[in-house]
Ligand binder design. Structure first.
Ligand code: SAM
Length: 276
């Protein structure tokens, strides 16, 4: 029987975010697949653990992925860790999960630190509906197409960005959504220099034209205002009643349905319908 792939989130800055379950899985797994063993060894040392490790990262997705899958198929269990946060969120863990799904290998995700959820929660932007957009492409055409696809987006939008591309990204976002669009710039979350700057795209873009960005960033951009719903009038109601009657409904039923659909007073609509 195949072993289990455990997706083990690791702190995004603060080692105090290590959970008991995370440590337990790391200590019990047969081996660890790490994005960068030099980063993960520090975590293991902190936990007083020694474990066999293999590397699995962006540049060995095929070969490294196959090694992990073969060992899982032979019955070993594997804990996948990335440099920080939840594996498979904007990192190559995604491809390993897809491979394991295809091989019917059991997968168990441990809940834990994730930059996007932490940023969303602290942003002060609406959280009821949001869309995670990951990193914008470097390629100009793909980047433009990605931004264009978001032009009318009404949900809160979250982006990851590396410091050396932040200024250009803020400029592009400001041009797409307008400089007044509210932005929560979440920097160095859970770390000593954590900063949440609730500002606008224009202000942030101007600031980072002049100042070099330092640290890690999540951008939380307010969605577009939804178009105002126009309120239906009694005339709209009469038209709908007429249509429903032509479909065979009685006057009473047509009024009932139209009033409900258009959020109108049933009595007023009925009076208008019999007097028109
Ligand atoms: N899998 C990770 C997760 O669960 O958040 C994300 C990995 S992705 C390769 C790295 C990006 O996450 C960074 O470029 C940054 O946008 C964001 N990030 C990670 N740690 C962060 C932190 N402490 N503060 C702000 N952003 C962070």
């Amino acid at each position: 029987m195949a072993g289990t792939l455990y997706l083990v989130p690791t702190p995004i800055g603060n080692l105090g975010d290590i959970s008991g379950r995370m440590a337990d899985i790391l200590s019990r797994a047969d081996f660890i697949a790490a994005e960068d063993t030099r980063v993960s060894i520090k975590l293991l040392n902190h936990l007083g653990l020694k474990k066999p490790m293999v590397t699995y990262h962006r540049h060995n997705i095929d070969t490294g992925g196959q090694v992990v899958v073969d060992r899982l198929l032979s019955g070993e269990s594997c804990a996948l860790v990335t440099d920080a946060g939840t594996p498979a969120i904007s990192d190559p863990g995604e491809e390993l999960v897809v491979r394991c799904v295809a091989e019917n290998i059991p997968i168990c995700a441990i809940p834990g630190p994730c930059a996007l959820v932490t940023a969303l929660a602290v942003s002060g932007q609406p959280t009821g509906r949001f869309t995670f957009e990951g990193f914008l492409a470097m390629n100009k055409k793909n980047r433009r197409a990605h931004l264009e696809s978001l032009r009318g987006e009404t949900r809160t939008m979250l982006f990851y960005e590396a410091p050396h591309k932040l200024a250009a990204t803020l400029q592009d976002l400001s041009e797409t959504f307008g400089p007044q669009r509210p932005l929560s710039l979440c920097r160095e979350l859970t770390k000593l220099h954590e900063e949440i700057w609730r500002t606008t795209l224009g202000e942030a873009a101007a600031h980072y034209q002049e100042n070099t960005p330092k640290g890690e960033f999540v951008l939380v951009v307010r969605g577009a205002e939804p178009p105002e719903e126009s309120e239906a009038t009694l005339e709209d109601g009469l038209l709908l009643v007429e249509r429903l009657r032509s479909e065979g409904l009685s006057l009473r039923d047509a009024v009932k349905r139209a009033a409900k659909e258009l959020n109108l007073s049933r009595n007023q609509l009925y009076d208008r319908a019999v007097n028109s």
